[in-house]
Design a protein around this ligand. Structure first.
Ligand code: DON
Length: 588
């Protein structure tokens, strides 16, 4: 509650400033500055435990200022795609943990007439990448190189993705969508509790990179809650993107600075890699659960396929009568999860490089075969010859938007780890991803310690690494829009989206209750159920153990599902996940 009211206070401070400068602009500021906006109607700084309500447009994101900027765009007559672009650029400033221009992600769009599409802007491997690039001279796997080096950086996709979304489906001028982020970075914003704590935690990891320390602290001293912070290099980069579109990032000064940092630190990305990067529009994955429609992200994300596969398996069980998070419920979900994650590891990768059997994996009769293997009171052990998958951190971000016409956008994007590679491009002020860590480590290198070495997701020139991101849109059985959701959380993402989907459909929970409920996770190997702290009482734990499940209950919390549920009368009900204290739903 305390953080909620603080969040509201910071939002209010921003409103009182009319989105204007917190102090006189630095002399290097771009000349072009919009007039301050009228405060307008902000109904939804989420006084938990109620969801935010809006009759027209609604934005739910990880930071109140980004939600506010998205809502401003809707009130100016922009559509949900415009708002998604503006919110995404704003998060690159106020939520540097995962908001980005140096990373990549996925956007699912559903139009008011029921058509849907997706924009894929996943990072890709540089042309010099190869499957053994993370082995040292002695042929040993070098985890540091794989996850925390200039060689861990993939060619960023976010700016190209937003530009493609705008070109195909935007309605306001591009510059209007980037400008609010330019202003936030250039003139500053007030440090929130969530960001201050997060930056304080990451500061030691930034120490190797002077530009990172310079950008995200006061000369090595952490920012304090209430400080006004400015990111002037980032503001100049965003201004180039505002003025030159994708070329403001993939060519010219920004590209030159990025490549100079690659050369300095032994990275592989060249000007040619940047020039060749393209985002893609791809057909969504479509599925159904008890008549509700599911619209999800296709490869190179595994999210849509695995979500639909699990829902297909679970449709044949009476989950509602088992009860939410009871031992039988957890058992049946865990059995579905283990099977879908096995298929994910075996079959799913960049579709431009591998033949992914999408139709088979999302087919209801295939799910029926898998369902028949599931025993009601006994876990199926994951085969010892199977492969283990490593744990991931919880630093990606998702936002959900519905505009006044019912156009819905579900976007998840990331730098991979929190603050990605931790490398800020000197002079350009933005963080680079470490997404190459989502490729498998090396051919055949499969260990019980958590590495996988299967073929489909090995690094190759210009290949996209496999993702778990699962931006999703749900439809009611009558074909109308029902909900928009997604989350960070590495491999837990797909299971979090699954559980919130079931909370909404099977248990008819309100949106805030649905995103707040404790979650659990099984990913095939390691063969165990992980659960959030306090998810199960002793009796449930004993029951699950009797069924043969191993439990790992050490985890705190994971995932932040920022969601919108449509009420039957069309009211947009928005809920930021209370696991993220800076998040907010803003609507009108
Ligand atoms: O694409 C993926 O699946 C991961 N790179 C996402 C990383 C992530 O969610 C980390 N923390 N939330």
């Amino acid at each position: 509650m305390r953080f909620r009211s603080l969040t509201a206070t910071f939002a209010l401070l921003f409103l009182l400033q009319g989105c204007g400068p917190a102090a006189p602009p630095p002399s290097s500021a771009p000349a072009r500055v919009d007039a301050p906006q009228p405060a307008g109607v902000v109904e939804a700084l989420v006084p938990a435990p109620a969801p935010a309500r809006a009759d027209d447009g609604m934005v739910v994101s990880a930071h109140v200022l980004a939600s506010r900027i998205g809502d401003d765009i809707l009130r100016k007559g922009g559509n949900a795609v415009d708002a998604a672009i503006a919110t995404g650029f704003a998060l690159a400033v106020v939520y540097p943990t995962a908001g980005n221009i140096g990373g990549g992600g996925f956007m699912v769009v559903r139009f008011p007439d029921g058509r849907a599409t997706t924009i894929e802007f996943r990072e890709k491997a540089p042309m010099a990448a190869h499957p053994r690039m993370w082995l040292d001279s002695a042929g040993e796997y070098d985890r540091q190189r794989h996850h925390f080096s200039h060689m861990a950086v993939g060619v960023p996709g976010t700016v190209a993705g937003f530009a493609l979304a705008h070109e195909r489906y935007g309605s306001l001028p591009w510059a209007d969508l980037v400008e609010p982020a330019v202003r936030l970075a250039t003139y500053g914003f007030i440090m929130t509790p969530g960001l201050a704590a997060s930056l304080q935690g990451i500061l030691p990891a930034f120490a190797r990179y002077p530009a990172s320390v310079q950008a995200y602290s006061r000369g090595g001293v952490p920012y304090q809650v209430g400080d006004t912070v400015r990111f002037t290099d980032l503001g100049r980069t965003l201004a180039r993107i505002r003025d030159h579109g994708r070329e403001g990032f993939y060519a010219g000064e920004t590209a030159r600075l990025l490549v100079a940092e690659m050369e300095r630190g032994g990275g592989l990305i060249t000007l040619e890699d940047l020039r060749r990067y393209r985002a893609n529009e791809r057909e969504p994955i479509r599925g159904s659960y008890r008549g509700y429609g599911v619209i999800g992200m296709p490869p190179p994300s595994s999210g849509g396929i695995a979500l639909v596969e699990m829902l297909n398996i679970l449709e044949g069980f009476d989950l509602a009568s088992m009860g939410h998070n009871t031992a039988p419920y957890v058992h049946h979900l865990a059995e579905a999860m283990r099977r879908a994650y096995r298929d994910r590891a075996a079959f799913v990768a960049d579709p431009d490089f591998e033949d992914v059997p999408v139709a088979r994996l999302t087919d209801k009769s295939y799910a029926a075969e898998l369902r028949r293997e599931i025993r009601p009171a006994e876990a199926t052990p994951s085969s010892p010859s199977d492969i283990a998958v490593p744990a991931e951190s919880d630093q990606t971000t998702h936002y959900s938007i519905v505009d006044g016409d019912g156009l819905a956008v579900s976007t998840t994007y990331t730098l991979e780890y929190g603050y990605g590679s931790r490398i800020v491009v000197p002079g350009a002020g933005f963080l680079l991803n470490n997404e190459m860590g989502d490729f498998n480590a090396a051919p055949g290198l499969t260990t019980t310690g958590g590495l996988i070495g299967t073929e489909p997701n090995l690094a190759e020139p210009e290949k996209r690494m496999l993702s778990s991101m699962t931006p999703t849109i749900l439809e009611r059985p009558d074909g109308s829009l029902f909900a928009v959701l997604g989350t960070p959380g590495g491999r837990t993402i797909i299971n979090s989206v699954l559980q919130v989907t079931l909370n909404l459909i099977e248990f008819d929970m309100g949106v805030l209750e649905a995103v707040s409920a404790p979650r659990f996770h099984h990913q095939w190997l390691p063969d165990e159920i992980r659960a959030e702290e306090g998810a199960f009482d002793d009796a449930r734990i004993a029951d699950l153990e009797r069924r043969g499940h191993r439990l790992d209950l050490r985890d705190g919390r994971w995932g932040t599902v920022h969601a919108i549920r449509m009420a039957p009368d069309g009211t947009r009900l928005g809920a930021p996940d209370p696991r993220n204290t800076d998040a907010a739903a803003v609507g009108h």
